[in-house]
Design a protein around this ligand. Structure first.
Ligand SMILES: [Zn+2]
Length: 272
């Protein structure tokens, strides 16, 4: 069961910043919503905070033209050039139900098509925009096929060399779509410590890390059960070298980094 399918109470209990949906979760949500594209949709905003955004007035009866995940945003394009941007943060989730399904509680948004309805629960970021100018600031999407590894490396090289690679990988301006699970797993896979400074990580190592993140996240989009080697395994043995996995908050966003000091060496590794 992925986060987007969790019952409401369960999702609302999520309290770790590293629980945020990643690009692959957004892609699965986008895939579910495809059943509504090409249809004229009825729009309801049962939740008062969503009602205040006057989405019903502006969107009801318009055709939903496209749904796509861009980085960590879900973009719903309606006829007339209107784009609804949904960012799920920690608690938001989209469900697709059969039309007229019973539900308890007040979702933020209901988009009702011919046979299905898409329902957004706990949607903290929901805004209607006329164009996607602000999204141009996002880096290349890690889930693009093929991924633009050269451009990602170029963006990372444009950052201050003293910035730690584990922190930089979460910066959506540099690479869009990577969250805490996959930055931890990809760095482990490529044997790169999250604490190394960008200046001390070779292009080859950056590419290997990004390529790992891309492959693991694509597999997750296709439904593979993710293999966790370090994420939330602090104190347990590394499956590669037997070292003891550590965790420590990293970067301005203070997200928890997970790594194996045995096979991901170097950098400004925090003292135990
Ligand atoms: Zn190890």
């Amino acid at each position: 069961m992925n986060r987007l399918d969790m019952p409401k109470g369960y999702a609302a209990q999520a309290k770790y910043a590293d629980d945020m949906p990643e690009g692959d979760a957004l892609h699965r949500a986008a895939a579910k919503l495809q059943v509504l594209t090409g249809q004229r949709v009825e729009v309801e905003t049962p939740h008062p905070r969503a009602a205040a955004k006057q989405l019903t007035e502006r969107l009801d009866g318009r055709t939903l033209e496209r749904v796509e995940a861009v980085g960590k945003n879900l973009l719903l394009r309606f006829e007339g050039g209107l784009v609804l941007r949904s960012h799920l943060r920690m608690t938001g989730r989209w469900r697709v139900d059969r039309k007229g399904a019973q539900r308890v509680g007040r979702p933020w948004l209901v988009l009702r098509g011919d046979e299905h309805e898409a329902v957004l629960w706990n949607g903290p970021v929901l805004e209607l925009v006329r164009d996607e100018g602000h999204l141009r600031r996002l880096g290349p999407d890690i889930l693009d096929v093929p991924p633009e590894l050269d451009r990602m490396v170029e963006r990372l090289r444009g950052e201050a060399g003293r910035r730690e690679v584990g922190d930089a990988l979460l910066d959506q301006k540099l690479v869009a779509g990577i969250g805490n699970i996959w930055r931890s797993e990809a760095l482990w896979d490529a044997r790169v410590s999250p604490w190394r400074r960008l200046a001390d990580v070779s292009d080859l190592e950056l590419r290997a890390t990004l390529d790992s993140a891309h492959r693991m996240m694509r597999a997750s989009v296709e439904g593979a059960r993710p293999l966790r080697r370090v994420y939330r395994r602090a104190g347990r043995a590394c499956r590669r070298c037997g070292g003891v996995i550590r965790s420590h908050p990293q970067g301005e966003a203070v997200r928890m980094a997970y790594w194996c000091p045995g096979c991901q060496r170097g950098g400004n590794e925090p003292k135990e």
